[in-house]
Design a protein around this ligand. Sequence first.
Ligand code: GRF
Length: 185
Amino acid sequence: MSERLAVLASQTGSLFEVILKKGVKVELMVADRECRALSIAAEAGVPHVLLPRTFKNDFDREAYTLDMLALLREHRIDLVAMAGFMTFFSPSIFAKDAYFLKILNIHPSLLPSFKGDRAVHDAIKAGVKLSGCTIHWATERLDDGPILIQEAVRVDSSDTPESLHEKIKEVERDLYPELLRLLIN
Ligand code: GRF
């Protein structure tokens, strides 16, 4: 029997869209804010939930993480794929009796270089000639955890953060669906 997959997204949902297009079965999509990923799920008939968060100093990360954990359990989710999901969880979700080594993250750099949400800008600023994407198991440390796969892309002198990110996304669109397919079967 295959594992039940959930995808978490916050942004355009372009990766989520490709995951669906490539025939990977998604049992649940969760967004932490209003975003295009929700309409993609609605159009594709994928069960989806908006679990909104605040962006103020009083954001309760632990309460949000526990709500997410409850939602994933309610939908009997086995494997979680973050795809442009911009909220960082507290440690409870990574406990052995929760989703320890069951949550994947995809990041637009060759980790451990350039962690964080400015990864592509930082790579351009540093003048690196190679960047790429990393898929790894998420842990309680940001953009950290065991690496499953990486693929490099060349950075040209004419590249802007936008053009480099697009090159990286091209690679991500092949790698992520393939890896998810392997893991859920
Ligand atoms: C990808 O580049 C991924 O590495 C990063 O967010 C981007 C996907 O976002 N974490 P989206 O699917 O285009 O919204």
